[in-house]
Design a binder for this molecule. Structure first.
Ligand code: HEC
Length: 147
């Protein structure tokens, strides 16, 4: 009986969510990942990578940028002002646009094709711009309620 109880408690512990909680603010993620990683991609249009190592930098920057959607939408993530990051359908649409654009840039970087990176930069820039227009600089829509 005691054995069964212990077993029950152990399985209960495993069923819990992992003890990882969001720590960085949305602003940290933007300034620490979105900004530098997208800049590295945009810079390809000015100076194309020459070596394998230079392409690998762009490839990993784009792959990590494509991961940023998961970080942005992690439950409990706060903005710099302490308000929760919005998690509305509209906000998620903007996040998806960023992820899709980053994946496009990643594909182009894997192909080591500067022209394709150039093409991928347009939706990437648009993703930053449209979400910022709606959520970063809009005082009335910033405090959207999380689910
Ligand atoms: C889904 C919406 C969304 C997308 C897409 C997005 N951002 Fe942001 N960004 C925000 C919000 C909201 C803030 C304000 C963060 C806060 O208040 O904590 C912000 C803030 C920032 C900041 C300021 C950070 C600071 O230290 O104050 C930078 C820089 C930034 N974003 C860069 C980018 C770049 C570059 C991209 C595109 C590659 C991008 N963002 C895409 C929503 C977005």
């Amino acid at each position: 009986m005691r054995f069964l109880l212990v077993l029950f408690m152990v399985s209960g512990a495993f069923a819990q969510a992992p003890p990882f909680k969001p720590y960085a603010t949305l602003a940290d993620i933007m300034a620490g990942i979105s900004f530098p990683n997208s800049n590295a991609i945009f810079d390809v249009t000015k100076t194309a990578p020459k070596t394998e190592a230079e392409w690998i930098v762009i490839q990993t920057d784009a792959a990590v940028l494509a991961e940023v959607g998961n970080l942005i939408l992690t439950r409990g993530r706060l903005k710099e002002n302490g308000q929760p990051v919005p998690n509305t359908q509209d906000f998620r649409k903007h996040v998806q646009a960023l992820v899709d654009a980053a994946k496009g840039a990643h594909k182009a970087a894997l192909a080591k094709d500067p022209e394709a990176v150039f093409v991928a930069c347009e939706p990437l820039y648009q993703a930053c711009f449209t979400c910022h227009n709606a959520y970063r600089f809009c005082p009335t829509c910033q405090e959207a309620t999380p689910p």
